[in-house]
Design a binder for this molecule. Structure first.
Ligand SMILES: *Cc1c(COP(=O)(O)O)cnc(C)c1O
Length: 377
């Protein structure tokens, strides 16, 4: 382990990452390969180490990112990977797309033409279909008209279409109406694919599974499963269980800088939102909202100190926060766990997210650059 400032840091377990990928491969049928979604710095886990581990130790060949900058970085880590940009690349960067052998998601005929105009070499792409997410992609009333537009795209000289894909919006729900909605999204893309086959166009890839679909409605027709959050061991939707063995990869730690005894009537932190009603022992912890530990956790979050849960007292500051250690053993220099396991207890990013009305995705992506990622195992 490389030396780092022991103030606030994230420990990323590469062995757990490997376990998670192994389990995801078992969920998929033989027809389906994992496409590791490593956008947003591998969901805040640090994409260099994560990509190298996935490519070299897990045999992952397909990666998905959100933009060209991320794609070029991943190309640097994984020289022979297939890299798909899920989101928008301005057409003036078309040359870089081909130069780095990236696959671009194409969302409309106009966009495809604009890309080709800007590039001398062929642009590899997967065509995105909007089947109900309402975000990006070709939008059609019927699979037939959708297939017709894709068939026309296939005739564009500068374009090499290697697949079609769509994105589910509620695959992480067990509500019957939502299940029907996802069924319809899935039927639209598979019907579009089959119509293309009838037209004599058999594309190598069709993919629609995200983490939720991979867990709850795995379908061998999806040639790739675009697994994001489950690689990192978190839940697509916190209310539904994920397969046993998928466990969080990241822990977040900090240290106690000071412990003091306060008296009844003493105020803690900005805004004087907390006033001690008795003598208490308060510890100050070296992490704050500038590290990505949300201020919305003020007076709400709990932190593990030697395996014991200690409540956050008053407002989370930019670089520090205070906790009640009256019933815990704590002294300056002790390591505390904000996310992760300590003793018999643990706090997950999903649990923290629920406390302030968001999802585990935002918690891990939000851990800021100031927090070094330390790779363990
Ligand atoms: C982010 C993203 C994914 C991964 O989603 P998870 O829920 O993390 O598995 C898959 N596909 C697209 C298009 C995405 O934007």
């Amino acid at each position: 382990m490389k030396p780092y400032l022991k103030r606030a840091w994230a420990e990323v377990s590469l062995s757990q990452l490997k376990k998670n990928v192994g389990l995801i491969k078992q969920l998929n049928s033989d027809n389906t390969e994992v496409m590791a979604v490593v956008k947003a710095d591998a969901y805040g886990h640090g994409y260099e180490k994560v990509c190298c581990c996935l490519a070299e130790e897990c045999g992952i060949k397909f990666f998905a990112v959100s933009n060209l900058d991320e794609a070029i970085s991943v190309r640097g880590f994984c020289p022979s990977a297939e890299i798909l940009i899920l989101g928008y690349t301005p057409p003036e960067y078309a040359h870089e797309i081909s130069q780095y052998n990236i696959i671009q998601g194409v969302v409309s005929t106009d966009y495809a033409k604009a890309l080709c105009e800007k590039s001398k070499e062929k642009i590899r792409c997967h065509v995105k279909i909007d089947t109900g997410m309402g975000r990006i992609g070709l939008k059609h009333d019927t699979p037939l008209s959708c297939a017709e537009e894709i068939a026309a795209l296939c005739k564009i000289e500068g374009l090499s279409i290697e697949g079609i894909y769509t994105h589910f919006s509620v695959a992480d729900s067990d509500n019957p109406d939502n299940i029907r909605y996802t069924d319809a999204q899935e039927k639209f893309i598979t019907d579009t694919y089959d119509t293309l086959v009838e037209m004599g166009i058999r594309l190598p890839h069709m993919h629609f599974m995200n983490s939720a679909a991979t867990c709850y409605r795995n379908n061998p027709r999806s040639t790739l499963s675009r697994a994001g959050i489950i690689i990192y061991g978190l839940h697509p939707d916190y209310s539904l269980a994920i397969p046993e063995g998928l466990e969080p990869v990241m822990e977040l730690k900090a240290v106690i800088s000071q412990v003091k005894t306060v008296s009844k009537g003493d105020c803690i932190s900005y805004g004087r939102t907390f006033v001690a009603d008795r003598e208490m022992s308060i510890a100050t912890v070296t992490i704050g909202y500038a590290d990505g530990y949300s201020r919305l956790l003020s007076s709400k979050g709990e932190i593990l100190v030697h395996g014991k849960r200690c409540r956050i007292i008053g407002r989370v500051c930019m670089d520090q926060l205070m906790i009640d250690v009256t019933d815990a053993e704590a002294e300056s220099g002790d390591i505390v766990t904000l996310i992760g396991r300590d003793g018999d207890d643990r706090i997950t990013a999903d649990e923290l997210a629920a406390l302030y009305g968001t999802i585990g995705y935002e918690v891990v992506c939000g851990i800021s650059k100031r927090v070094p990622r330390i790779y363990v195992d």
